[in-house]
Design a protein. Sequence first.
Length: 149
Amino acid sequence: MRAVVQRVSGASVTVQDSVTGSIERGLLVYLGVAAGDKESDAAYLAEKVAGLRIFNDENGTMNLSLAEVGGGVLVVSQFTLLADARKGRRPSYSDAASNDVALKLYEEFIAALRAKGLETACGVFRASMRVAYVNEGPITILLDSKKLF
């Protein structure tokens, strides 16, 4: 399972001209589920996202977590995070999980964040979405449940 995590001062996702999720200060998480991922991958990434100390403290040092600043999370499914573009010009998505598996683990990831008491909004799985956000910093973190990077 892979995630691109961005610290934002605001973010929203729109599907067919309707906002389906939005947050103010917090984290925008693009989430890709790989073939072979399990519940443990969703739990690991949820724990990692919730605990990332990437918000500034009173000294301007990135030392605070999402819960400590009272921020929210906007989770957007993105199978293209599993793209393999090493050969040719058309990326392969064969490493992405099937729709059924990906949906289940996407929902488990969201549930794990909510279980930690975090305000969590989301996009619509498999929908064409427009995501708007203001990246603060800019801060962008790449996570992989298999610790490939």
